[in-house]
Design a protein around this ligand. Structure first.
Ligand SMILES: Cc1ncc(COP(=O)(O)O)c(C=O)c1O
Length: 503
């Protein structure tokens, strides 16, 4: 078969060298698509690599000379030469002195696939672990978009002191130069600031050595569960509770034991009488997520006693206790003589920005060394830059003043939301009281399907959540979780107007 568009000599050469394979067939796709890609040497390299891997250029076949190919593809000879050199360096071809370039004979064995390596119809055959398959059985987590209205947990991003933050970031850039050795626990400057803040405002008993900086409290929990759980160990959790920990418990081999909550929080009598053998408890004592109930002192003491008596651990997720509107934040569980049994978890996601991904664990002294060692193996610690920026931001008093301002603002925003909801929705939405936070929970009357309402609301651009989604084993209540912290009055009005159309 004669090819119309190839020079005579090249055609002859290819017929001989490529086992009579049609050369135009081989290079026509490149002439059509590859020639438009940039840089051209990379496009030709990729193309030839794919042809070799797909077996279209068989082992020992002779390639056209660089001059012939440059002529055919209308490329400079240097480009083709560079491509041949790259192919040679990676072992696809070999140059035989005075003869030409040949597909490496060894590739006969390796060219197993007829499909190109970038062909996405190819099935990899790679098996996921049982642990990752387990994740598919869990409640899927909501995807977040800061564009949504009434999204719980979104701070007032327009109120954030961006110019001052930028100064802290550039200060951190300069500090990097002097950054001392790497610490898996986190930058000492930030840990010092956090320790000072926690002892002053949260009653936490710790020194900076006990603080480990994490990429979000999700990571902290992942670390804690994998350090403390053996396969089959039970973990007491609140129901309703925070579904974000399900994956961390599951991948660490733990088994969740859901404990109902009431207005005084986690029901310790049920938890401790029936589940003495649990290895640890994960709770949100300052403000249950999502209901907002505070764990009573009596129950706090019971829980601490259980942990001490049986050598158990409590993970205290203190995700937004800073926003208590009716007084200063309550003393953390850790501060109630719990420094040996409690791992305290705090986050900057809600105070500063959800994407800052900085959080911390306060570890009991005995866990510091093992956690530190494990962190070295796991991720080698976090980038110093954002940590140094936050340390500077805190040292300059900007964190504390932002927090004070936001506490006042969120309190006012919540009052506005409650007032507007009462006015617009009457008996359809009943507020479930809480002493603070960034969202409010409203119960729906019987017969209202909160998940259907939330799904409709999402299609309208709202981030309102269905309360029943946060229940695990207990009979769910139907209600809506409405975020107010990140929205001004006009935005709250707009959100509620849209929400009204879904009920
Ligand atoms: C109760 C609770 N704990 C922890 C987290 C996770 O925080 P981070 O963003 O630090 O991973 C959230 C996030 O919203 C939360 O609601």
């Amino acid at each position: 078969m004669k090819h119309q568009n190839l020079p005579k000599s090249l055609h002859k050469n290819l017929q001989k060298n490529l086992h009579k394979r049609s050369h135009s067939e081989l290079f026509t796709p490149f002439l059509h698509q590859g020639a438009t890609q940039r840089p051209r040497y990379r496009a030709l390299f990729n193309y030839l690599q794919q042809q070799i891997m797909a077996g279209k250029l068989p082992a020992d076949a002779r390639l056209p000379s660089t001059r012939e190919l440059a002529e055919l593809l209308k490329l400079s000879r240097n480009t083709v030469k560079q491509v041949y050199e790259m192919l040679q360096a990676e072992g696809y071809i070999e140059t035989r002195h005075g003869d030409g370039s040949y597909i490496s004979p060894q590739l006969q064995l390796k060219a197993v696939s007829k499909k190109s390596p970038t062909d996405n119809t190819q099935t990899s055959g790679i098996q996921l672990s049982d642990k990752s398959n387990e994740l598919h059985k869990l409640r899927t987590l909501h995807s977040h978009s800061n564009e949504q209205l009434l999204l719980p947990a979104l701070p007032a991003l327009d109120q954030f002191p961006w110019p001052q933050w930028q100064r802290s970031v550039s200060h951190a850039g300069r500090q990097m130069k002097f950054s001392s050795g790497r610490s898996y626990m986190g930058e000492p400057e930030l840990r010092r600031e956090i320790a000072g803040y926690l002892s002053a405002s949260r009653g936490i008993r710790c020194n900076m050595d006990q603080i480990m900086i994490c990429s979000g409290s999700q990571q902290g929990m992942q670390l804690a569960f994998s350090m403390l759980l053996n396969t089959g160990d039970k973990v007491l959790v609140e129901d309703p509770g925070f579904p974000g920990i399900d994956g961390a418990i599951s991948t660490a081999g733990g088994v969740k034991v859901s404990i109902p909550i009431d207005e005084q929080g986690f029901q310790t009598d049920i938890a401790l009488n029936r589940k003495q053998d649990a290895k640890l408890a994960f709770i949100t004592p300052s403000r249950n997520y999502p209901m907002g109930y505070t764990l009573s002192l009596e129950r706090r003491l019971q829980l601490l006693q259980w942990a001490r008596q049986h050598g158990r651990c409590i993970i205290e997720d203190d995700y937004d206790s800073e926003f208590r509107f009716d007084g200063p934040p309550l003393t953390a569980l850790q501060g109630l003589d719990g420094e040996h049994s409690v791992i305290y978890s705090g986050t900057f996601s809600r105070i500063l920005h959800p994407n800052i991904r900085l959080a911390y664990l306060v570890l009991p002294p005995a866990l510091v060394e093992p956690f530190n060692r494990m962190r070295g193996f796991l991720d080698g610690g976090l980038s110093a830059l954002p940590q140094l920026a936050l340390a500077d931001f805190m040292a300059r008093g900007l964190f504390a003043s932002h927090l004070r301002r936001m506490r006042k603002l969120y309190k006012a925003r919540r009052s506005y939301l409650l007032q507007r909801v009462e006015h617009e929705f009457g008996n359809q939405l009943t507020w479930e009281p809480s002493d603070g936070g960034m969202h409010a929970v409203f119960l729906l009357p019987q017969g209202y399907d909160d998940q259907a309402i939330a799904a409709k609301a999402e299609r309208l651009g709202l981030g309102v959540r269905a309360l029943s989604y946060y229940y695990d084993q207990q009979q769910p209540r139907s209600g809506l979780i409405i975020g107010f912290a990140g929205y001004n009055e006009a935005q709250i009005d707009q959100g509620l107007k849209l929400l009204k159309t879904t009920l």
